[in-house]
Every structure is written in structure tokens, then in C-alpha cells.
Design a protein around this ligand. Structure first.
Ligand code: TLP
Length: 418
């Protein structure tokens, strides 16, 4: 890998040494966090139970019933836990645009504490969290310096450009999600002394990095980017949609990763399994300005305590179990890596995402993801013969074994080898 600066490979080594396999709880089975397809119509009581309570604790697959679907497309498919449903039902509510929803206020204070910042702001989604953050940091015509493989640049409908007149300035991303430090520094151009340049407004990083396969940016790298941002006087925003996965894998506090950023956005509705919501955290004056931007783009919610209540359960009870997802991803990845003709870099499997595909993709062959879906295993098709599987609250170790069996069979069918 062509690192221009000697510092990055050392960081990578340090990072890989610091990534620790999760120590799994000593118990025979994880307590029934299993997403099951709704039963057939004659079992209406169960249908209602699932609808009311989300995951059914201890639910077992019963013979003769429709096989359950194993949905590995994303950790966004998670359903809220029974405790979340209960908390939502009981939530104390008020008008949050007037600052009077006590449950939202509690969640925002809790999020700020977790992230080590002065204040927090509940937003609808990760996309809105990143948008609000970039629009708060930048004026129209400013540049947001982003990774060329970042979610912000590729998958958020160009919102900061379309709605805020912000110019995206993409820089190359290495395979573990770092932006080249030399390129980053080169992207910050002296607009004050040269009329041709758009002024740099914010640097954005992503941790864990989605498109790189859930890879972790270690503290040493974050510190290097922070130093750079300080040298040039540009704020640093962190898309920490899956920052809890990074912290659990590194066995550190979230604030040990977010302390390098001026603002951070993290999601409640991915691995933490809440139904809706993300938090933007930063210093109090930044959040006050972000609150205005949220209102401007229509993100002011009224009795939002119904979703904040689930978010509080997510933050207080769902973080440590992410280690189970990481373990499941590792087992899945090691199994897949043994398929003949498979290309999968086990080094990038650091959290709950597995990227893989045939070493020699052939567009003439039937779609692996489509055939798998017909067999009850759903994965993401990234195009170009690359696939993504994401482990989460709804996936048990038994699901992983069953998925691997089905994947092996379909893989052989398509590639007729092994
Ligand atoms: N990612 C989703 C899809 O949009 C691809 C997924 O399934 O992984 N930042 C990062 C790093 C993300 O992975 C995502 C969602 C977001 C931001 C946006 O979050 P939402 O979906 O809540 O707007």
C-alpha cells in the first residue's frame, strides 16, 4: 500500500495490534435476539406479539413453519428490543422544539457525556446528523474535505452541496479508512491569499469506515488529523455512525475516539438497534447553531421523546453486546474465506461488516445475492462482484452457521468449483 508518509504504516500496525477480539460472555446461548419473519396468517397471536414487542426472547424456529430469513444486509434492519418498546410506551413527553421534552433532554445530555462534549442534538438520521454538522461548520462556498469512499460523499444525496452550497473536496482513502495525510494537507488551500480557491470549511472522517468494511481509525491516526486541523485552523467532523463498534473493538471509551473531533455524529439505529435517531455532539455554541440548522431543514420534532426513550435504552444497555456482532462477523468471514475462489481480506474484518466476492467476478454468472435471497439469506450487493454482510442484534451464532451452509451451497452452484 503506497503510504507517502512514514507515520501511517506505523499507525496501521499499532491499530492492528490494538484491535482485540471480543471476549464473549460465558453462557450457552445469547438471549434470543432473533429476528424472525412474521409467522403465517393462522398464527395471528404471534404476529401481534412480534409487532408489539420486536424481537421475541427465546423464540425457537418450529419445524414445519416457514424458514426464517437471515437478514445480513445491514445493521439498520434491527428491530427495537422489548425494553425499548416499553420505554417508548412510558416516555415522558413535551414539545422538543420548545426544548420541553424531558426524555429528549435526557438523551441529549447522556449522548454529550458519552461523547465527551458539552451538548448533544437529536436528529432523525445519520444523514441528517452529517448534514447539520457540515452546514453548521461551513458557509456557502466553503469546502468540506471528505474521503472519496466516505458515506458523506457517496451516499447522502449530495445534501451539503444541494442544500448548503458546500463544495465537496474528495481525497483518497486507504483500505482501512484513513485519508492520506499528505493529500489532506494539500486539500487545504490558501483561499485567503488566492482568489481561485474555495475556502476550506471542515475536514470529515468516518469511524468505523463503512465502505472499507467496518475498519477502525485508531486514536493515533485521529490525533494526527487533529494536529493537522489545528495547524490550519479547520474544524474536524467525525461521522461516527458506528463509533460504538470502534470503541468496543478497541476496548476503549467512545470519548477516547471523539475527543479529537469538534463535532461527532453517531447513530442509535444501527448496531444499537433503536428504531430511529442519531445524535450530533459538540461544544455548546456549536450545538446551539446546529439546532437552528436542524430546524431550518425541517428536522425539529415535537414529542420526540417517544424515539429518544428507545435511544436511552440503546445507549445504556446495547453497547457491550456489539462484541457478539464482531465475533459473529469474524466467524462468518473465516468461513467465507475458505470458499474456493473467494476474495476476502480478513484484516479488514475488525467489527461487524464483512466485504467479500469472487476473486474473478463474472457478470455473465447469476447473481449470488439474488440466489441467496431466494434461499432465505439476504446480503448487500455492492456491484462489481462485491458483497457485504453485516452482523447485528437480530443475528445469532446459529444464524451464522446456517447462513454459511446456504452460502457455501449457492456459491458452489454458481461457481461450480470446490
Ligand atoms: N449506512 C447504511 C446505508 O446508507 C449504506 C448502511 O446500511 O450501512 N454514515 C455511515 C458511515 C453510514 O454507514 C450510514 C448509513 C450513514 C452515515 C447514514 O445513516 P442513516 O441511514 O441513518 O441516514
Amino acid at each position: 500500500m503506497p503510504f507517502p508518509s512514514g507515520v501511517v504504516p506505523q499507525l496501521r500496525l499499532a491499530c492492528s495490534m490494538r484491535i482485540i477480539r471480543p471476549r464473549l460472555p460465558q453462557r450457552s446461548a445469547f438471549p434470543g435476539h432473533h429476528y424472525r419473519d412474521l409467522p403465517e396468517r393462522d398464527d395471528q397471536a404471534s404476529v401481534n406479539a412480534v409487532r408489539l414487542h420486536g424481537y421475541e426472547d427465546g423464540e425457537k424456529h418450529r419445524e414445519g413453519q416457514q424458514m426464517s430469513v437471515i437478514d445480513l444486509r445491514s445493521d439498520t434492519v434491527t428491530l427495537p428490543s422489548p425494553a425499548m418498546r416499553e420505554a417508548m410506551y412510558r416516555a415522558e413527553l413535551g414539545d422538543d422544539v420548545m426544548g420541553e421534552d424531558p426524555t429528549v433532554n435526557r438523551l441529549e445530555a447522556l449522548a454529550a457525556e458519552v461523547a465527551g462534549k458539552e451538548a448533544g442534538l437529536l436528529v432523525v438520521s445519520g444523514t441528517m446528523g452529517n448534514l447539520v454538522s457540515v452546514l453548521t461548520h461551513c458557509r456557502r462556498g466553503d469546502e468540506a474535505i471528505v474521503g472519496d469512499r466516505s458515506h458523506l460523499f457517496n451516499c447522502e444525496a449530495g445534501g451539503a452541496s444541494a442544500l448548503g452550497g458546500v463544495v465537496f473536496h474528495p481525497v483518497p482513502t486507504y483500505s482501512f479508512g484513513e485519508l492520506d495525510l499528505g493529500a489532506l494537507s494539500g486539500a487545504i488551500r490558501p483561499a485567503a491569499t488566492n482568489l481561485h480557491y474555495a475556502p476550506p470549511g471542515v475536514i470529515c472522517l468516518e469511524n468505523t469506515h463503512n465502505r472499507c468494511g467496518g475498519t477502525i481509525l485508531p486514536p493515533a491516526y485521529l490525533r494526527a488529523v487533529r494536529d493537522l486541523a489545528d495547524r490550519v485552523g479547520i474544524p474536524l467532523h467525525l461521522d461516527g455512525s458506528r463509533i460504538f463498534n470502534a470503541a468496543v473493538a478497541l476496548r476503549c471509551e467512545v470519548r477516547e475516539l471523539t475527543c479529537y473531533a469538534d463535532s461527532v455524529q453517531f447513530c442509535l439505529s444501527k448496531g444499537l438497534a433503536a428504531p430511529v435517531g442519531s445524535l450530533v455532539c459538540g461544544q455548546a455554541d456549536f450545538i446551539a447553531r446546529a439546532r437552528r440548522v436542524r430546524k431550518m431543514i425541517g428536522g425539529g420534532m415535537r414529542q420526540a421523546g417517544v424515539i429518544a426513550a428507545a435511544g436511552i435504552v440503546a445507549l445504556t444497555t446495547m453497547v457491550e453486546r456489539l462484541a457478539e456482532d464482531h465475533h459473529n462477523a469474524r466467524v462468518l468471514a473465516e468461513g467465507l474465506a475458505e470458499f474456493p475462489g473467494m476474495q476476502l481480506d480478513l484484516e479488514t474484518v475488525q467489527t461487524n461488516i464483512v466485504l467479500f466476492g469472487p476473486a474473478r467476478p463474472d457478470p455473465a454468472k447469476p447473481s449470488f445475492a439474488q440466489l441467496l435471497a431466494e434461499e432465505g439469506v439476504k446480503i448487500g450487493d455492492l456491484g462489481g462482484g462485491r458483497f457485504r454482510a453485516v452482523t447485528h442484534y437480530g443475528i445469532s451464532p446459529a444464524d451464522i452457521q446456517r447462513a454459511l451452509g446456504i452460502m457455501r451451497r449457492v456459491w458452489r452452484q454458481i461457481f461450480s468449483i470446490g
